[in-house]
Write a protein that binds this ligand. Structure first.
Ligand code: ADP
Ligand code: MG
Length: 219
């Protein structure tokens, strides 16, 4: 289980976002909904340890992850988190298989690659360079790369953002079906996809913007 307590982040320009207390139960699936700019990616990046909260705590299975040192955070991110980025972060000049096998450098066992590629319907693309794939195919490669670690936590930032409605539906269904017992937190601005998840959180209402310091003498 992941919980946040009084979670807040302030950026260098003074903008602050308060998230308060949130709870993500193990093995459940969550959709984060809300308008562009409402704070969805910022939350994912704090849960991944990429951004550090200014205040409050993130507890992972009862441990305060904010108190971990960089080595512990890196270990958790590499072992425990599958992060599917909106822009995929794949190496275009390399094949699908080589992109996934790069994870071996981090000690990840990629023996299940063929099985996962098959389940996502892209096994025939294994030897193809990423630059020759469609957006939906790249999205599926990014999903395989995230799931192959069998992560406890899967973070997906707008996995359907670049896809048409039909492909987006299929990708979300495959992501949920192959989450393998991991907790899934997926950002989507397509409310039609919300019923596919166990829970849908409206980030417009949850993430509160606060004025910069000096606006009323305190924060
Ligand atoms: N490094 C930063 N410095 C200042 N403001 C930021 C920074 N990162 C994000 N923001 C602001 O925080 C808000 C939330 O951003 P983000 O989490 O990316 O939104 P979303 O993913 O919901 O579109 C936006 O208003 C954005 O401009
Ligand atoms: Mg975003």
């Amino acid at each position: 289980m992941i919980t946040t307590k009084d979670l807040r982040i302030r950026f260098s320009d003074g903008t602050a976002i308060r998230y308060g207390d949130l709870r993500f139960d193990s093995g459940r699936t969550y959709a984060l909904l809300g308008a562009s700019g409402c704070g969805k990616s910022t939350l994912l990046n704090m849960l991944a340890g990429i951004l550090t909260p200014t205040e409050g705590a993130i507890e992972i299975d009862g441990e305060n992850a904010c108190a971990w040192n960089q080595r512990q955070k890196d270990a958790y991110r590499i072992r425990g988190i599958g992060y599917i980025f909106q822009d995929f972060k794949l190496l275009e000049e390399m094949t699908v298989a080589d992109n996934i096998n790069l994870l071996r450098l981090e000690g990840v066992n990629t023996a299940d690659m063929d099985d996962l590629l098959d389940r996502l319907g892209i096994l025939r693309l294994k030897r193809r360079k990423v630059k020759r794939l469609s957006g939906g195919e790249k999205q599926r490669v990014a999903i395989v790369r995230a799931l192959i670690k069998k992560p406890a936590l899967i973070l997906a930032d707008e996995p359907t953002g670049n896809l048409n409605v039909e492909t987006g539906e299929a990708v979300v269904r495959q992501l949920i079906e192959n989450a393998g017992g991991g907790t899934l937190i997926a950002v989507t601005h397509d409310e039609r996809l919300a019923p596919r998840f166990d829970h849908a959180l409206d980030m417009n209402a949850i993430a509160r913007f606060e004025p910069g310091e000096g606006a009323n003498g305190h924060v």
